[in-house]
Ligand binder design. Sequence first.
Ligand code: AHM
Ligand code: MG
Length: 333
Amino acid sequence: MKRISLTQYLVEEQRMNNSIPAELRLLIEVVARACKTISHAVSKGALGEVLGSAGSENVQGEVQKKLDVLSNEMLLEANEWGGHLAAMASEEMETIHPIPHRYPKGEYLLLFDPLDGSSNIDVNVSIGTIFSVLKAPEGMSTPSEQDFLQCGTKQVAAGYAVYGPQTVLVLTTGNGVNCFTLDREMGSWVLTQRDMKIPAETKEYAINASNARHWYPPVKRYVDELLAGKTGPRGKDFNTRWIASMVADVHRILNRGGIFMYPADAREPDKPGKLRLMYEANPMAFIVEQAGGAATNGKQRILDIQPQKLHERVAVFLGSRSEVERVTSYHNA
Ligand code: AHM
Ligand code: MG
């Protein structure tokens, strides 16, 4: 089998479709390199003394794990000096991180969730990194949070890495979705799945059912119909799958179909869900749409939402198109 590296893929994509300028290619390669470093730290586990709490909280009031902090630092360090970025933003940092003055600045903005699925770190279950790339607004001099507040449709690239039995990197630059597997011995990313498409037919759904008593009626109706199985309105049995790492749940759905849901619920009526719009929902929605699926907040397309703040939360329904359309229609009924 001829092996195609991430670099070769990016260069060829640029030649054929003119969709990956040199600066964006550098950006993607640098993020991929940081993911390699994170993957290495994750795989060391207790031996690398990377497990457990960091003894701090992030801006969302969540306890930070050592790996949350480490991964954040790795992504910042890797991306600071290349000249491809104007600023970065992260789940783990309250405010944006402009590129320090000692380095040249580029035209891109990078957002990330450095370590998604933090509750799974210490129990050796798949976790990952999610990232989203935007262009800085024309004429921007000093980057501000406002410059990041662009709709998901403005993303020029998005991706995620899963640190699981294999380490994979799934990437879109708006021309389909491709998956690369980390060859640890060679230290390189190898193209292993081209043009991924989410299967339309599915019998799997992902939701944290321990919140069922708080769900609003549209979500309850949709899940009740799935649970009714063969003799219910759907006429077939469904399986629940919930890893509690969005990256791993989305990766399964990209490969096998299904729907992932993290709805808003009645526990905290003012909170529009748990997941964050700009560095979790938007990049995943971009990838899922590029793979033929759909992503909404129950009412509208996630990519069309105008963000109001950096750490904004959003309800998420994404995956196989017909399932997402069905649960969305229940919200809009
Ligand atoms: P994190 O970014 O702090 O890890 O939180 C996001 C994660 C998602 O990966 C996952 O889908 C969800 O939180 C799990 O939530 P729950 O603990 O309710 O199962
Ligand atoms: Mg996360």
